[in-house]
Write a protein of this length. Structure first.
Length: 363
């Protein structure tokens, strides 16, 4: 059986990478990729090969805006049972989190799946709202549950997003020169390879879909470096053991049946066209924004400006790293997070803190 953490094989990849003699800036769009890179010290190893890898907007909890978290907090304050994943419960809204709201007496419950939230709704007469966060990876599960017609007292605040439109916006901004993209394995299992082809064609940028083991990441970097050295800009699939060209057709059918694209703001980004998964009209009876429109409109009317010291927005665009933020590790920690990149286990700051410790040096 092939070992995806084989040190000798890794050395061979790195040796070939050095022989290509490239000096490149790459970006990946996946929190699990970031975890692998930092946990196994791949960033330091690749720096010695003149390869700089940045994490982009690949953390769902991180790109969800304070307004969306504030919507859930408001629904909790109005007496609803609100349910969310553990990371989402701790992410900051305008001045507080759902966890803070729970401490103040609101009925906020951590769940591990949307099915858990439906079970809660089936056992109570109270209204139950689930915060549906995530990219194409988790959205099919949300769609499948809604198609099963859950209890009438159940609804979702839909915060699902599509990845490809964010990549178009990122590359079109010109803020930083990215010479290659490592695409997320989990998302790619669902959407396949085709959606990335338009990105390479439009922006003339090479892309490689990668798995999550250390050798997956090293191989993806090597494949990108080869493309760059040859002046190519195509989509390659390193994660062939799981990702197929057409993606998961059943999951895509679920997405198309339940959701339709609309425009939405991402944290750190302006409004990204067609990047939000909005519930189709026939599912409006489960849409918390329709059901509680009078309450939630007041949230959007609130003027909010994020702390200029928190640099999560820049981190999500690949412009800076956690060590560049003056709040990193003191006072911002996983126990007392100021920004979502320190909250989520897929966030750059949280990963940096866990593997390098609070005393990570700033250059």
């Amino acid at each position: 059986m092939f070992r995806y953490r084989d040190r000798d094989f890794a050395d061979k990849i790195v040796d070939r990478l050095r022989k290509l003699d490239v000096n490149v800036v790459l970006m990946h769009v996946c929190g699990t990729h970031q975890d692998t890179i930092v946990r196994y010290g791949l960033d330091s190893l690749l720096e010695s090969c003149s390869v700089d890898i940045r994490q982009g907007p690949g953390c769902p909890i991180c790109v969800t805006t304070p307004t969306e978290y504030e919507e859930m907090i408001t629904l909790a304050e109005k007496g609803n049972i609100v349910t969310a994943f553990g990371d989402a419960v701790r992410a900051p809204g305008y001045t507080r989190s759902l966890m803070d709201a729970r401490a103040q007496g609101c009925d906020v419950r951590i769940v591990y799946s949307i099915e858990d939230a439906v079970k809660i709704a089936s056992r109570t007469d109270k209204n139950v709202v689930f915060m549906a966060v995530g990219f194409e990876t988790t959205a099919p599960t949300t769609a499948a549950v809604l198609l099963q017609k859950p209890p009438k007292n159940f609804s979702i605040l839909c915060c699902h997003r599509y990845i490809p439109p964010a990549l178009h916006t990122l590359l079109s901004s010109g803020e930083m020169k990215i010479q290659g993209l490592i695409e997320p394995g989990h998302v790619s299992v669902i959407i396949g390879i085709k959606p990335y082809e338009e990105i390479s064609k439009k922006h003339r940028i090479p892309q490689v879909i990668a798995g999550f083991e250390p050798l997956d990441m090293l191989m993806a970097v090597y494949m990108l470096a080869k493309q760059i050295s040859r002046g190519e800009a195509k989509v390659e699939n390193e994660y062939t053991r799981t990702v197929h060209y057409e993606g998961n057709e059943k999951a895509l059918k679920l997405l198309n049946e339940v959701f339709e694209p609309s425009d939405i703001v991402w944290r750190g980004f302006p409004t990204i066209p067609s990047s939000a998964m909005t519930l189709r009209r026939e599912f409006s009876t489960y849409d918390a924004r329709d059901i509680y429109s009078d309450i939630l409109e007041k949230v959007k009317e609130h003027t909010y400006e994020e702390s200029r010291q928190c640099r999560c927005g820049e981190i999500l665009r690949g412009l800076v790293e956690p060590k560049d933020c003056l709040l990193f590790a003191n006072p911002c920690t996983p126990q007392h997070p100021i920004g979502p990149c320190m909250v989520s286990v897929e966030g750059s700051c949280n990963i940096e803190y866990r593997y390098r410790g609070k005393h990570a040096t700033r250059k």
